[in-house]
Design a protein around this ligand. Structure first.
Ligand SMILES: Nc1ncnc2c1ncn2[C@@H]1O[C@H](COP(=O)(O)OP(=O)(O)OP(=O)(O)O)[C@@H](O)[C@H]1O
Ligand SMILES: [Mg+2]
Length: 477
């Protein structure tokens, strides 16, 4: 070990917060030394062992982030050792070192849990990149576990994942507002977790044993919405053959979650305002006032302030709802949450589907992190679920991600499906699918499509004919 690279050991037990700890297990002294020097120069703390037995002793003594493990050790079979190491520390990343010609075994090792393998003689840059990725993953998992533990102790948030600054603030805010009866307004794009947070507020409030009643106020016609919320007496309207309780009553002593509040009619808004003001209301067609004790949580994915300015939302209702506002940032603004969320959904759907998928390879994680996620966490959840369901191996690679996320061009995926295709076939296929997409978007109006493509209608029609595109539905031509 070179003098300059000596690094003070952190206290035994947990990985150091800044340096990554790497253990090298290889019987060849030359290999151990060159790897150690390479890694130490990169700032890693390195220990090395010449045998499997020695390696296990090291692992028993301190926590490592990563083990570089020779597949062919004299005293132990590399596979057995891998299993033993994982028995001691299931989260520990292991990269197998393998000689030329034994790649098959390394692949087997990956199937039983090794993170990756490197082949001798290795390329330093590639090796360092693999080490960095493995250490980063270990750290993310470690953080995930610790954070979950901490949150579980503080609040009942096990199913909400996030470590980004805005999410941690939201956790604090939720914990702060949960115990009161204050009205909470949740704002955020679709799929950012508004309903999840609403439930968390309810579950961490003294009302947790009473009902949490969600109602999608945006999707119902006003009359139906009002009879759903306030209930009605028998005969209040033609189809009211019996009296019916409203959700305000059903949610009594619990929480009513008014979802998509931005689309409510002004008339319904004023009725809701009245309930918010004095917690009293009447059944449709009724004469008695009913008093309820309901906590209101509202959610919207539109900018309510703008709606107020446009005269579409009552300002007095807005102020009533806006007592405490929680803004859920879109996923693209908190990318550091993506690896944790992906790991969380991987675990959830592997269990649900009885799948072996346990890890997401760095090549797959990279595009997941860089994608812009217009559908936010819900979209990420769906993508991970799909990958898990399609997976046949322990690790999820980029091939299991949708093309637009993995960054494969349409041409590339066509080529994958049609190995015999020439460049001209591929270009035709691409042209066909682009034209089809546009026609679909333009409701099959060839005129609109030609306009959007900036070509004369006759040119588009020639292409449609040449490419044998079938016009499925006649549009507004
Ligand atoms: N931080 C998170 N941790 C774990 N799961 C999350 C998180 N945020 C969202 N989800 C999951 O993503 C999905 C969408 O969340 P949710 O339904 O709460 O979003 P929303 O904001 O109400 O969306 P919409 O506006 O479309 O109704 C749910 O399955 C939810 O469990
Ligand atoms: Mg929702």
């Amino acid at each position: 070990m070179s003098e300059a690279a000596v690094i003070t050991r952190p206290v035994n037990g947990s990985p150091a917060s800044s340096v990554g700890w790497v253990l090298i297990v290889d019987d060849e002294a030359e290999i151990r030394e060159s790897l150690q020097t390479l890694l130490e120069l990169e700032g890693y703390a390195v220990e090395s062992a010449a045998s499997g037995e020695e390696g296990l002793t090291h692992i028993g003594e301190r926590t490592f982030d990563l083990v570089l493990l020779d597949l062919a050790l004299p005293d132990r079979n590399g596979m057995d050792l891998l299993a033993e190491i994982h028995a001691q520390d299931p989260q520990l990343s292991i990269i197998m070192i393998t000689a030329y010609g034994t790649v098959e075994n390394a692949v087997k090792a990956m199937q039983v849990g090794a993170a990756n393998f490197i082949q001798k003689p290795w390329d330093n840059e590639k090796l360092l990149a693999d080490v960095r990725a493995a250490v980063a993953r270990r750290r993310a998992e470690e953080e995930n576990i610790q954070l979950k533990r901490a949150l579980k102790q503080r609040y009942n948030f096990e199913n909400i994942v996030g470590k980004s600054e805005p999410m941690l603030k939201i956790f604090d805010l939720v914990a702060q507002v949960a115990p009161s009866r204050s009205t909470v307004l949740l704002q955020g794009e679709s799929g950012t977790g508004k309903e999840l947070i609403a439930k968390a507020i309810h579950l961490n409030s003294p009302r947790r044993d009473q009902p949490f009643v969600p109602v999608n106020t945006g999707s119902m016609p006003p009359d139906l919405l009002e009879s759903t919320l306030f209930g009605h007496v028998k005969g209040a309207f033609t189809s009211a053959v019996a009296s019916k309780k409203g959700l305000f009553e059903i949610a009594d002593r619990g929480t009513l979650f008014l979802d998509e509040i931005g689309n409510m009619s002004l008339d319904t808004q004023s009725k809701i305002l009245r309930v918010l003001q004095d917690r009293k209301f009447m059944h449709l067609g009724g004469v008695h006032e009913i008093q309820v004790d309901v906590r209101i949580i509202a959610a919207t994915n539109v900018d309510l302030k703008q709606q107020v300015r446009d005269g579409k939302f009552r300002d007095d209702l807005f102020y009533r709802l806006n007592v405490i506002t929680i803004d859920l940032p879109p996923l693209r603004q908190r990318k550091e949450d993506i690896p944790m969320l992906a790991a969380f959904f991987l675990d959830k759907y592997s269990k649900e589907n009885d799948r072996v998928a346990q890890r997401i390879l760095p090549e797959a994680l990279r595009p997941l992190v860089s994608y812009s996620w217009p559908g936010n966490v819900r979209e990420l959840e769906n993508v991970v679920e799909r990958a898990v369901v399609l997976s046949t191996e322990a690790a999820i690679g980029p091939d299991l991600l949708p093309d637009e996320i993995a960054g494969r061009s349409a041409a590339f995926s066509l080529l994958e499906h049609r190995a015999d295709a020439s460049l001209f076939d591929i270009m035709e296929d691409c042209e066909r699918s682009i034209i089809l997409d546009m026609l679909e978007k333009c409701n099959w109006s060839q005129t609109d499509a030609a306009e959007r493509f900036h070509v004369p209608l006759s040119t588009l029609n020639q292409k449609i004919k040449r490419l044998n595109i079938e016009i499925k539905k006649k549009g507004r031509e």
